[in-house]
Design a protein around this ligand. Structure first.
Ligand code: FAD
Ligand code: NAI
Length: 478
């Protein structure tokens, strides 16, 4: 006997659980299958995927705790506050993070009930095509369960990419999962990969006192960022004490009871060695398709391990869609969510839509880096004539008052039409400030439009306005 659904979603990460909720809202009979228990004390599968359990949410909780600690230690004095004997209780910090995760994943259970989504706890695989849909087998704690669905959304996400010869035990050599639950601050921490995870988690443990060395294969820092932003951030991270080694080639990595030894060749070709207590390997992520048995429905993965989809996330098989990290594009929670909503709406006969040109990126370090749209180097490469307006937070009263005066806003606009093509921000509140830029680009605003909008004073958002005005060299306070 198999239970019949209109829609079955495989995976309860941000792509899957949001798709399931939207499908429920639109009146479909929907189930969402999740198999991963993460750190659940009872070993039961938990909802929320990478994002809630071992990604966005726990990393931001640790970033917040470590930032408070750093502010108390190093910046309270600027405000005339003397604090002595500040100490970090790592176990308490980790428990706070775990409690936030538990609360958030529990919240999805509530949302599923509210939107009539059935949560099925187990690992799903395709069994084959059946009359009017697809059959799936779910391996649960109690055995096997069969479900059939008219339409399926594959939202199985991604897992950390590991390097050959480097065994991740999540004790000494860690990917994101181990790096989010160290029992103590390592004296020396090595990080392979100066990407988003390396910088965010490297920053967490540096702020708590670890001596952090980052080993990055690429010669250029943050190659996906606007060059001006990347240059500024490299300076800032180096000043903060992150030891950045670019253009390295990782050699043998040996783990022992005492720690890890990483042999590498530096950018000048010299053999080097890094000894550390713990090592984080953060060299990107790979799509999760293990055990899905895609072949049973006539699907396969491409050379990057992804499931191929069209612009509306439909796979090569009508009725099967895929969203989030398991397909092409940025591996970001909000991108997965947008795709989930789009697909659920398309399934309900609506005009689901996802604008891939206005997906913001944020790196949650201190200061944060946020951007949307094109970088200067992309515009140059495209041969597009543009004008740039840049304004520093140093000239903003609110930023000075908050002790947050690092960084700038850069607005890039078309030289002829003045349409905003990209916005790049370095500031501790960049993740919130970028929303205005995303909105502006969604509505195809010009830099003049932003410059003519009234922004509250004093506020950090005034810097966005000034940068927009600076596109026509008419900034008012600088
Ligand atoms: P996932 O969240 O990976 O969820 C997929 C789920 O499917 C998993 O729970 C998995 O167990 C389940 N699954 C897989 N196969 C099966 C199966 N056969 N049967 C049943 N279930 C299955 N993004 C941001 O936008 N902002 C951030 O700040 C951010 N921070 C991050 C920090 C870290 C440390 C990491 C690792 C990632 C971060 N990300 C961030 C990326 C973000 O977590 C992912 O882009 C997002 O989770 C992708 O969502 P998804 O639904 O596609 O997949
Ligand atoms: P990443 O792709 O951001 O960075 C990986 C880095 O490792 C790159 O700079 C790459 O050049 C380097 N690298 C690759 N192989 C290497 C090797 N052999 N030796 C040395 N360096 C090597 O990947 P990361 O940091 O693992 O994060 C994975 C993904 O998770 C991100 O791309 C992002 O999509 C998502 N994420 C998003 C966050 C956010 O939105 N704030 C936070 C954390 C993760």
């Amino acid at each position: 006997m198999s239970t019949q659904y209109d829609v079955v979603v495989i995976g309860a990460g941000p792509g899957g659980y949001i798709a399931a909720i939207r499908a429920g809202q639109l009146g479909m009979k929907v189930a969402c299958i999740e198999g991963h228990a993460y750190d659940d004390p009872k070993g039961e599968p938990r909802l929320g995927g990478t994002c809630l359990n071992v990604g966005c949410i726990p990393s931001k909780a640790l970033l917040a705790s470590s930032e408070e600690f750093e502010k108390i230690q190093h910046h309270a004095e600027d405000h005339g506050i003397t604090v002595t004997g500040a100490k970090m209780d790592v176990a308490k910090m980790i428990k706070r993070k775990d409690d936030i995760v538990t609360k958030m994943t529990g919240g999805i259970q509530y949302l599923f009930k509210k939107n009539k989504v059935t949560a099925i706890k187990g690992w799903a695989s395709f069994s084959g095509k059946v009359d009017g849909g697809f059959e799936l087998t779910v391996k649960t704690a109690a055995g096997e369960e069969k479900v059939t669905a008219k339409q399926v959304i594959v939202a199985t996400g991604s897992k950390a990419r590991h390097l050959p010869g480097i065994t991740v035990d999540n004790e000494t050599i860690c990917d994101n999962e181990g790096a989010l639950k160290f029992g103590a601050v390592p004296k020396k921490l090595g990080v392979i990969g100066a990407g988003v995870i390396g910088l965010e988690l490297g920053s967490v443990w540096r702020r708590l006192g670890a001596d952090v060395t980052v080993l990055e294969a690429m010669p250029n820092f943050l190659a996906a960022c606007d060059e001006g932003v990347a240059k500024e951030m490299q300076k800032i991270f180096t000043k903060q004490g992150l030891k950045m080694n670019m253009g390295v080639k990782i050699g043998e990595v040996k783990a022992s009871k005492k720690g890890v030894s990483v042999a590498y060749t530096d950018a000048d070709g010299n053999a080097q060695k890094l000894d550390c207590d713990k090592l984080i390997v953060s060299v990107g992520r790979v799509p999760n398709t293990d055990g899905l048995n895609l072949e049973a429905v006539g699907l396969k993965t491409n050379e990057r391990g992804q499931i191929d989809v069209d612009a509306h996330c439909q796979t090569l098989v009508a009725g099967i869609y895929a969203v989030g990290d398991v397909i092409r594009g940025a591996m970001l929670a909000h991108k997965a969510e947008e795709e989930g909503v789009m697909v659920a709406e398309i399934m309900a006969g609506q005009a689901g839509h996802c604008n891939y040109d206005t997906i913001p990126w944020v790196i949650y370090t201190s200061p944060e880096v946020a951007w949307v749209g094109k970088t200067e180097q992309q515009l140059k490469q495209d041969g597009r004539k543009y004008k740039a307006g840049q304004f520093p937070f140093m000239a903003n009263g609110r930023a000075l008052g908050q002790g947050d005066s690092q960084g700038f806003v850069k607005v890039l606009a078309d030289a002829t039409t003045d349409e905003v093509l990209g916005v790049h921000i370095i500031n501790s509140h960049a993740s919130d400030l970028i929303a205005e830029a995303v909105m502006a680009m969604e509505f195809k605003a010009s830099s003049e439009d932003i410059g003519r909008i009234c922004h509250a004073h004093p506020s950090l958002s005034e810097v966005v306005k000034e940068a927009a005005l600076a596109c026509d060299k008419r900034q008012l306070n600088g």
